[in-house]
Design a protein around this ligand. Structure first.
Ligand code: DAH
Length: 338
């Protein structure tokens, strides 16, 4: 019996040391100490021995039980520590690694140019006004002194929505909408999308304009020139040369187109300015009395100037962009450059 108990101790300690993980260790524990375990069997066997031997055997068995229990406990602690350090290694995070930057968007180049233009006029006291993209023929043409039989109407290749309703071909109709609601003096700039049936490297069926309108007593063509020169020198730089060329628009009289010295060749002549040294950037003029009549403004008392410029064209000149299509295709490789 004594030998059995000693043999069990050695066997048990070997088995515990050999348990490779917590599950194996638990199986070993049950095999040794469980209700049908080896030690339980031995304890039962002691009751069959002569009574005078039992105390010694009982003590030996209890000592072995204590040793086995302690060994299991120690082994369990070791296995748990090992499992913990394995998990820590597997889940290790390097807190000193620099973070990954989330992709960051920015304003579209067209909106940047819009903002720059509007900021300059804002400083001059102009307020921003807007109007609808889907516009009536009345606002888009008639009230701007362009009746149905007027030849200028053909030059705006118009998208019709239904009879009497169009996609606005310019931002000028907002002039009328503002004047109908506001008594003079007015000073507004109007950013907006406009639409024409036109599509090539320099024309897009949708493009962007900024309209301007200033009405007060005693406004002259000198005011128009002064404001636009100031704008151009701020936007394109002080050394930009400017020329006003007589032109025709139905809603202004007199009218002019404004050219600036070519931003690419500085007036020497190149492909961009078609070797003229000049680039046309806007149309303008003194508001036609007929337009004031539609607005119910007293054209004996008030005069005003108006202008309209193409934002896409200005953005293309500023950034040497070769095709207007780039502005609308939303290729990030293009947009990220601005
Ligand atoms: N609306 C004209 C166009 O789109 C541009 C223009 C010319 C606007 C003269 C004006 C102006 O306000 O006075 O071609």
């Amino acid at each position: 019996m004594k030998e059995q108990i000693e043999a069990l101790r050695r066997e048990a300690l070997d088995a515990i040391a050999a348990a490779g993980d917590l599950k194996a260790l638990e199986e070993t524990r049950v095999r040794l100490l469980g209700r049908k375990g080896r030690l339980t069997e031995i304890l039962r066997g002691i009751s069959q021995t002569p009574p005078e031997d039992r105390p010694v055997l009982g003590q030996a068995a209890n000592a072995v039980k204590a040793d086995i229990t302690a060994a299991i406990e120690a082994r369990r602690n070791a296995l748990e520590a090992q499992a913990e350090s394995e998990r820590a290694r597997a889940e290790w995070v390097d807190l000193s690694l620099p973070g990954r930057r989330p992709p960051r968007g920015h304003m579209h180049v067209i909106n940047q140019v819009y903002d720059e233009i509007l900021d300059i006029f804002h400083e001059l006291g102009f307020q921003v006004a807007t109007g609808p993209d889907v516009e009536t023929e009345y606002y888009n043409f008639d009230s701007l002194n362009t009746p149905p039989d007027h030849p200028a109407r053909d030059s705006h290749d118009t998208f019709f929505v239904k009879p009497g309703v169009v996609l606005r071909t310019h931002t000028s109709p907002v002039q009328m909408r503002v004047m109908e609601k506001t008594a003079p003096p007015v000073a507004v700039v109007v950013p907006g999308r406009v639409y024409r049936v036109d599509y090539d490297a320099s024309h897009s069926p949708m493009f962007n304009q900024v309209e301007g309108l200033l009405v007060d007593e005693g406004v002259t063509f000198a005011d128009l020139k002064g404001s636009l020169m100031l704008f151009i020198h701020r936007f394109f730089g002080r050394d930009t040369r400017v020329r006003f060329r007589p032109h025709f628009f139905p809603f202004t009289e007199p009218s002019a187109e404004v050219d600036i010295s070519c931003t690419v060749c500085k007036g020497q002549g190149c492909r961009v300015c078609k070797h003229s040294g000049w680039l046309e950037i806007l149309g303008c003029g003194m508001v036609h009395p007929n337009v004031f009549a539609y607005a119910k403004y007293d054209y004996e008392k008030y005069t005003g100037y108006a202008f309209g410029m193409g934002v896409d064209r200005i953005a293309m000149l500023r950034h040497a962009i070769s095709s207007i299509g780039h502005l609308f295709e939303n290729d990030l490789r293009f947009l990220e450059q601005f």
